[in-house]
Ligand binder design. Structure first.
Ligand code: NAD
Ligand code: UGA
Length: 468
C-alpha cells in the first residue's frame, strides 16, 4: 500500500518552495511541513514575527499566518528536516549556466545535485524524493543514480517529478485551484505507489480528475513544453504587434479577434514590451540545449526564435522611444514606471525594464524609476549586473529611484510604462502632465492606459502594437 505521508521537507525556500509548501501545510493540517534553506536571511524573513516575508505574493501572508508554528516550519537545519521526512521536495534554483559546457543555454544543475547528495548522505530511512525544480528531461535518472550510489544500506528512494505551474503574482490562487497537478513516476509498482502517496497529499484539496499521473520523462518534458508554448504565444503576438505598428492594425483588436476562436482562446495574448521572469527564457534555452544535444538542430532553431523575438521586441521598443523623441534622448529625463517583470510581484528576474533602462543609459538619458514593490537595493543590484563594467556611482549619476510615480515623472520628457501595475492606470495624469516638459510623451509598453484620455490631456501617446 502507498506510504501515507506524515512529514514533508522542502529544500529551497524560494518563490516556489515557500508558497507551494505553505499551501500544502495549510490544506493538510495532519502533515508536518518543514521548509529549509541554506540562506539564513531568507529563513529569518519567513520566520519574522511581523510576517515581513522574503517574497511578495498576494494572499501569502494569510496562509503563513494560519499555518506557521502549527504544522509549518522554516529552518536552516537541512539535515534534520531531511532525516525526519518521508517525502522531500527539491525546490532549489536551476539557473542558466554562465560558464562551461552549454553556457548560456543549459540548466545549472549544481544546486539540485548538492541537495540530492545531501539527502543521500543524511537519510537513514526510505524517502520519496520529489523533483519540484524545473529540470531538463531525464534529471530524475541522475538523481536516482546519485541517491543509490550514496545511500545507507536498506534505505530505498523513490523519485517523482512534480513540476510547478504557478505564476508569480497569482501563486496562492494557482495553488488553491490548480488547472492540474502533474506527477511523473517510473511505471514500476514502487514508482506507482510513490506517485499515489503524493497524489493523496494533493487530494486534500485538488479534485482527483485534476491530478494527472504520467511517466517521469513526460512529466519533466511537459514542464519545459508548457513554458515554451506560453512564451511562444507572447512572442507570436509581439511579432504581430510589429506588423500592427507598421500597418495601422491594432494588436488589441487582432488579439481579441483571434482569441475568440475557441481553439486559440483569449488568454495570454497581450502584446508587451517583452516577457520577463525567471523561467520563460531559461526554460526555452534549456529546451534548445536539449534539442541540440539530441541532434535536432531544426527543433532547437524553432524554439530559439521565441527568445530572439523577445529580444527584438525589447530593442524595438527602446528604439521607438528614441525615434519619437526626435532621435535623441541625451540628457533628457525618462521616467520608467515599473521595474518588476509583471504586476503584483516584487520579482525582477529578466524584467524587460532592466533592458530598457540599460538602453536609455547607453543613449545618455537621465532615468527616474518607480516601482511599488521592488526594493531599491534590488534595482541597484540589477542595474549593476546589467552593466558590470560601469561603476555603481556612475550608474547612480544617471539613474534615480523615486518613491512615487508622480515624483518619477516630474520634469520628465517621457514616461515609459514597463510593468502593468494597476496604480499606473489610476495616477493623476493631469498632475503628471502639468509637471512634465512639453511635448510630454507617454510610451505604453503594456497596453495599460487609456490612450485617448491621455491625448485629451495633451500627451503624445505611443502604444505597443498601434501606429503612432
Ligand atoms: P529561488 O532562487 O527563489 O529559490 C531557491 C532556493 O533554494 C534559494 O533560496 C536557495 O538558497 C535554496 N537552495 C539552493 N541550494 C540549496 C541547498 N542545497 N540546500 C538548501 N537550500 C538550497 O528559486 P525559485 O524561483 O523558487 O525556483 C525554484 C525552481 O522552481 C526552479 O527550478 C524554477 O525553474 C522552478 N519554478 C519557478 C517558478 C517561479 O515562478 N519562480 C515557477 C515554476 C517553477
Ligand atoms: C510562468 C508561467 O505562467 C507559469 O505557469 C510557470 O509555472 C512559471 O512561468 C515558471 O515556470 O516559472 P510567471 O513567469 O510567474 O509564470 O508569469 P507569467 O504570468 O507567465 O508572465 C511571464 C511574462 O510574460 C511576464 O513578463 C508577463 O508580463 C508576460 N506576459 C504574460 C505578456 O507579455 N503577455 C501576456 O499575455 C502574458
Amino acid at each position: 500500500a502507498p506510504v501515507q505521508v506524515k512529514k514533508i521537507c522542502c529544500i529551497g525556500a524560494g518563490y516556489v518552495g515557500g508558497p507551494t509548501c505553505a499551501v500544502i501545510a495549510l490544506k493538510c493540517p495532519n502533515i508536518i511541513v518543514t521548509i529549509v534553506d541554506l540562506n539564513k536571511a531568507r529563513i529569518d524573513a519567513w520566520n519574522s514575527p511581523d510576517f515581513a516575508l522574503p517574497i511578495y505574493e498576494p494572499g501569502l501572508v494569510d496562509v503563513v499566518k494560519q499555518a506557521r508554528g502549527r504544522n509549518l516550519f522554516f529552518s536552516t537545519d537541512v539535515d534534520k528536516a531531511i532525516e525526519e521526512a518521508d517525502l522531500i521536495f527539491v525546490s532549489v534554483n536551476t539557473p542558466t549556466k554562465k560558464s562551461g559546457v552549454g553556457a548560456g543555454f543549459a540548466a545549472d544543475l549544481n544546486y539540485v545535485e548538492l541537495a540530492t547528495r545531501r539527502i543521500a548522505t543524511v537519510a537513514s530511512s526510505n524517502k520519496i524524493v520529489v523533483e519540484k525544480s524545473t529540470v531538463p528531461c531525464r534529471t530524475a535518472e541522475s538523481m536516482r543514480t546519485i541517491l543509490e550510489a550514496n545511500s545507507k544500506p536498506g534505505c530505498h528512494f523513490d523519485i517523482l517529478s512534480n513540476p510547478e505551474f504557478l505564476a508569480e503574482g497569482t501563486a496562492i490562487d494557482d495553488l488553491f485551484a490548480p488547472d492540474r497537478v502533474l506527477i511523473g513516476s517510473l511505471q514500476t509498482p514502487e514508482g506507482i505507489s510513490a506517485c499515489e502517496s503524493l497524489a493523496q497529499v494533493y487530494s486534500n484539496w485538488v479534485p482527483k480528475e485534476r491530478i494527472l499521473t504520467v511517466g517521469l520523462w513526460s512529466s519533466e518534458l511537459s514542464k519545459l513544453a508548457a513554458n515554451a508554448m506560453l512564451a511562444q504565444r507572447i512572442s507570436s503576438v509581439n511579432a504581430l504587434s510589429a506588423i500592427c505598428e507598421a500597418t495601422g492594425a491594432n494588436i488589441d483588436e487582432v488579439a481579441h479577434a483571434i482569441g475568440y476562436d475557441s481553439r486559440i482562446g483569449p488568454k495570454f495574448l497581450r502584446a508587451s514590451v517583452g516577457f520577463g521572469g525567471s523561467c520563460f527564457q531559461k526554460d526555452i534555452l534549456n529546451l534548445v540545449y536539449l534539442s541540440e544535444s539530441l541532434h535536432l538542430p531544426e527543433v532547437a532553431a524553432y524554439w530559439r526564435q521565441v527568445v530572439e523575438m523577445n529580444e527584438y521586441q525589447k530593442r524595438r521598443f527602446s528604439k521607438r522611444v528614441v525615434d519619437t523623441l526626435f532621435n535623441t534622448i541625451t540628457g533628457k529625463r525618462i521616467a520608467v514606471l515599473g521595474f518588476a517583470f509583471k504586476a503584483d510581484t516584487g520579482d525582477t528576474r529578466e524584467s524587460a525594464a532592466i533592458t530598457l533602462i540599460k538602453d536609455f543609459q547607453s543613449e545618455k538619458a537621465i532615468v527616474s524609476v518607480y516601482d511599488p514593490q521592488v526594493p531599491h537595493d534590488q534595482i541597484w543590484q540589477d542595474l549593476q549586473e546589467a552593466s558590470p563594467l560601469v561603476p555603481l556611482d556612475t550608474i547612480k549619476k544617471q539613474v534615480s529611484i523615486c518613491n512615487s510615480a508622480i515624483e518619477a515623472c516630474k520634469n520628465a520628457e517621457a514616461v515609459v510604462i514597463a510593468t502593468e501595475w494597476k496604480e499606473f492606470k489610476e495616477i493623476d495624469w493631469e498632475e503628471v502632465y502639468a509637471n512634465m516638459n512639453k511635448p510630454a510623451f507617454v510610451f505604453d509598453g503594456r497596453l495599460l492606459v487609456d490612450a485617448d484620455k491621455l491625448r485629451k490631456i495633451g500627451f503624445k501617446v505611443t502604444t505597443i502594437g498601434r501606429p503612432s
